[in-house]
Structures are given as C-alpha cells and as structure tokens.
Design a protein around this ligand. Structure first.
Ligand code: HBI
Ligand code: FE
Length: 263
C-alpha cells in the first residue's frame, strides 16, 4: 500500500513492532456515538450483501454499543483461531505488517475518522480495520489464509514481489467477492466497511465480476480513490488457501517478464 506522506496517527509511543496502547478510556462519548452510527449503517446493509461467514461472525461478536475493546475481543479471537488484535497508530511498514499477520496478529488502527468523513476515508481507521477485517478472522479457513499471506509477504520482500502481493491483498482481503447460493456476496473489508461500494460491488451492473485467477489478479493494477471497475470472485475461502499455496518465486518472474513484454 502506498502510504500517504504524512500519516494521521500518533506514532510517538510505538513499540518495536509499532504496537501502541488502545487507550479505550480516551475515546469521547461523541466518538463512541460516531462509531455506533457507522456500525448501524453497515449492519443494515450486511445481511443482504455480505457473505454468510461474515454475517455469522459479526452476530457472534458482542462488542457493545461503541468502539470495541481490542483486549476483550482478542480473548475470544485467540480461542477461536489463535489470532489477536494488535493496536497500531495507523499504517505500518510492509515488513511489520506482514510479520504481524504471519504471527496471527492483526494490526487495528486506534484512531476514528471525523464526523465529516462518515462516507469516505483515505486511510484505514478503527472502523474500517475492526468492522471490516476482524470478524472474518473468526473463520478458520480465512484465518489460516491470512497467516499464510503474512508469511508470503515476508518472502515477497526478498523476491521483489511486494507490488504483486499488494494487488492480491487488494482484490481479495480488501475488495473480494465470493460465490453463494444467492449470487455473489462481499467478503473484502474495504467493501464491508463502505456505505456505497458494498451495494455497488454486489448489485451494480457497471463493474466486471471475474472468476478469481491468481496471476490475473497479481497482474491487475487498482485504484485507491474510486470504486473498483472490476472485482474478482472466489468459490470459497478454501480456494484462497489452495490457490496461494504454491511457491510464488516463478510467478513473480513470469509477471515481471510479461510486464517487460507488454512495455
Ligand atoms: N498497515 N496498519 C496497516 N494496515 C494495513 O492494511 C496495511 C499496513 N501496512 C502495509 C499494508 N497494509 C500493505 O502492504 C498491504 O496492503 C499489503
Ligand atoms: Fe483494510
């Protein structure tokens, strides 16, 4: 992810792994109310538009009326799939990010957007990270894939494959669709946490919806400031795990070769 030049969070007290305290007591009543409004907006959309695994996990997550307490959720998350939440000030360097994922720790941003950012935000805030990413970490297959993705990220750093792996993350973990008996449903966090793109990705006839293919995804660029003009659809989370199991070294070589040929 191309981190913006000036990051919003407070990086003054980061640990070596960029972890900070969540300082749940510092959130204001207004911030809890804003989080609640975001939660209610998305919770009204999710039943028709999100995948069953997400809906099941969200309903099992009782996080109270406002901003969730990461330490409490981590307790049940650890029991479910061995994952836990690590509070971070915002975007963290790729290597730190991948290392957390490889160790079943999901970085969740501690700051919340401003009221005027209700509909759109550039950098991930606590609502995007928690509501969008955390519930699916309770699904064992998805949780295993996220851990393998982290390990793959650490390898990719030494194979100059980051650009390709970021695309894989973008078109699955952030903006992925999955097949269901009633048609496609969203599982990507960027969709689940978006007021407008969740419905657009599942119901609009504008975007292309293509069967997930690893090499096609890793060769596809993406836009960070507009709705996607294409989405990739997986059969199920098992496909994510299986299709990304091989060694990526030859895949990166082929992608670079194809880029050169196309240039
Ligand atoms: N840091 N906190 C945080 N959250 C992310 O989603 C994130 C990150 N750093 C890097 C990063 N994502 C990208 O490298 C991934 O999109 C691959
Ligand atoms: Fe995200």
């Amino acid at each position: 992810m191309d981190a913006p030049s000036t990051l919003r969070g407070d990086y003054r007290n980061i640990g070596p792994d960029y972890a900070v305290e969540q300082r749940w007591g510092d959130y204001s009543v207004g911030q809890h109310a804003l989080y609640r409004r975001l939660f209610e907006r998305q919770s009204a959309l999710v039943p028709q538009l999100a995948c069953a695994e997400y809906i099941r996990a969200l309903s099992a997550l009782d996080t109270g009326p406002g901003i969730p307490r990461f330490d409490l959720v981590s307790r049940s998350l650890r029991r479910a799939t061995g994952w836990e939440i690590v509070p971070v000030p915002g975007l963290v360097p790729d290597e730190v990010f991948f290392c957390h994922l490889a160790n079943r720790r999901f970085p969740v941003t501690v700051w919340l957007r401003k009221p005027e950012e209700f509909d759109y935000i550039v950098e991930p805030d606590v609502f995007h990270d928690f509501f969008g990413h955390v519930p699916l970490l309770f699904d064992p297959t998805y949780a295993d894939h996220m851990c393998e993705y982290g390990k793959g990220g650490l390898k990719a750093m030494n194979l100059d494959g980051l650009k390709y792996l970021a695309r894989l993350y973008w078109y699955t973990i952030e903006f992925g669709l999955v097949k269901s008996e009633d048609g496609v449903r969203a599982y990507g966090a960027g969709l689940i946490s978006s007021g407008g793109e969740l419905g657009y990705s599942v119901q609009s006839d504008k975007p292309a919806r293509r069967p997930f293919d690893l090499m096609t995804v890793m060769a596809s660029n993406y836009r960070i400031d507009a709705y996607q003009d294409q989405y990739f659809v997986i059969e199920d989370f098992g496909q994510l795990l299986q299709d990304t199991a091989p060694d990526f070294t030859p895949l990166y070589a082929k992608l670079r070769q194809d880029e050169k040929a196309a240039a």
